[in-house]
Write a new protein. Structure first.
Length: 178
C-alpha cells in the first residue's frame, strides 16, 4: 500500500478542488492550476479534504496513486502559499538585476545574460547576488531555477557560478605545487 497515496489532503480556507472526468482544477487566493488525471485514479472529496483512490493494485495504478496525491498536494500548497527557490551568485564581478520583466546577469561572459520572466513566475534580486524565484506551480519554479543555474553552474575548482541557496560544492584540488 502506498503510504503517501493514502494520506488525506487537507484543504486550507479559500482553496477549492474541482474534479471532472480527466481534469483536476485547484483554485485559491494566489491563482488556479489544472492537471490531467492519470488513468485508474479517482478522487473522493469531502468538505475540507480530498482522498485519492486507485481502481486496482496493478503496477501502473500503484505507481500513479502516490504521484497524483503528491501532485494534488503541491497544487493546493501552490495556490494557497506559493513556492520559492533561492539562488546565490558567487564570483568576483558576478551580479544580477531586474530590468522590467527581464533578469539581467553578469556572469563573467563577454556579454550579459538576459532571461525574460515566464508567465506565472516572479523573480526578485537582493544585494545583487541573491536571486529569488517565486510562483504557484512547483514544477515551473524548479525548472526556472534550474535554467538560471544552468547559465553558469558552479565551477568545481573555485566554486564560482550560480548555485542553489545552501548548496555545497565539493572543490577539487588544483595543480600540485613543486
Amino acid at each position: 500500500m502506498s503510504r503517501i497515496g493514502n494520506k488525506l489532503v487537507e484543504l486550507p480556507d479559500g482553496v477549492t478542488v474541482e474534479v471532472s472526468e480527466d481534469q483536476l482544477n485547484v483554485k485559491g487566493p494566489r491563482g488556479s492550476l489544472a492537471r490531467k488525471i492519470a488513468s485508474g485514479i479517482r478522487f473522493e472529496q469531502t468538505e475540507k479534504s480530498v482522498r485519492v483512490h486507485r481502481e486496482t493494485d496493478s503496477g501502473a495504478h500503484r505507481s500513479n496513486h502516490g504521484l497524483m496525491r503528491a501532485l494534488l498536494w503541491n497544487m493546493v500548497v501552490g495556490v494557497s502559499e506559493g513556492f520559492t527557490r533561492n539562488l546565490e551568485i558567487v564570483g568576483v564581478g558576478y551580479k544580477a538585476e531586474t530590468k522590467g520583466k527581464k533578469l539581467v546577469m553578469s556572469l563573467g561572459f563577454s556579454h550579459l545574460v538576459e532571461f525574460p520572466f515566464p508567465d506565472g513566475i516572479e523573480i526578485s534580486v537582493n544585494q545583487n547576488t541573491k536571486v529569488s524565484v517565486f510562483g504557484i506551480d512547483k514544477e515551473q519554479v524548479g525548472h526556472v531555477a534550474a535554467v538560471l543555474r544552468g547559465f553558469r553552474p558552479p565551477d568545481s575548482y573555485k566554486g564560482k557560478g550560480v548555485r542553489y541557496e545552501g548548496e555545497r560544492i565539493r572543490l577539487k584540488a588544483g595543480k600540485a605545487g613543486q
